[in-house]
Design a protein around this ligand. Structure first.
Ligand SMILES: [Zn+2]
Length: 179
């Protein structure tokens, strides 16, 4: 099964059963220690505690390489983490997952001074400055992160076949809507 289908089917399972059914047993932990990790997708998503990729996609241990930062933005450390997964772990799929009711997007849309959170909020503000709604801003922010990841790895020929997807997670229904 290709990575995109696995993500979609995992999300369908999560919605239909209202739970995850991933394997985190001793046997799989031991296996992944001895044989290493081979995650089938990199997921860049928000730190929001309501957004849990392994549950959302019904994933087992070592299936997803997850990078979480408020507002699912990327800077040099997140980009380096993506490269690690693609180059060393041979993952070939990157998903950027935004979500509804994102506090980071809300902060960026407001005019309040973000104080010590300004580096993050100001980065998102620069991306969504022309957006008219939270929905539009959430989507544009995902697309921008995708663009930044693509730009970062484009000079590396061995990563040219990487597949990229963007999606928005609905925090109440549990549904992932691919863009
Ligand atoms: Zn968020």
């Amino acid at each position: 099964m290709d990575p995109l289908t696995r993500l979609k089917e995992g999300n369908s399972y999560f919605i239909n059963h209202n739970k995850m059914d991933g394997d985190y047993s001793y046997n799989i932990r031991k296996d992944k220690k001895e044989n290493g990790q081979h995650p089938f997708a990199v997921v860049i998503t928000c730190s929001d505690s309501r957004v849990v990729p392994e549950a959302i996609f019904n994933a087992s241990l070592a299936e997803l390489f997850v990078i979480r930062v408020a507002g699912n933005v990327v800077g040099e450390y997140e980009l380096s983490s993506v490269v690690y997964a693609l180059d060393h772990l041979k993952t070939d799929t990157v998903l950027v997952l935004g979500h509804t009711n994102c506090g980071a997007i809300g902060a960026a849309l407001s005019s309040h001074d973000a104080g010590l959170a300004s580096p993050l909020v100001n980065k998102i503000r620069g991306v969504i400055s022309s957006c008219k709604s939270e929905e539009e801003a959430t989507k544009i922010n995902v697309l921008n992160t995708l663009k930044e990841v693509k730009n970062y790895i484009k000079s590396e020929p061995s990563l040219i076949n990487t597949k990229f997807y963007g999606a928005i997670y609905e925090i109440d229904s549990g549904k992932v809507n691919f863009l």
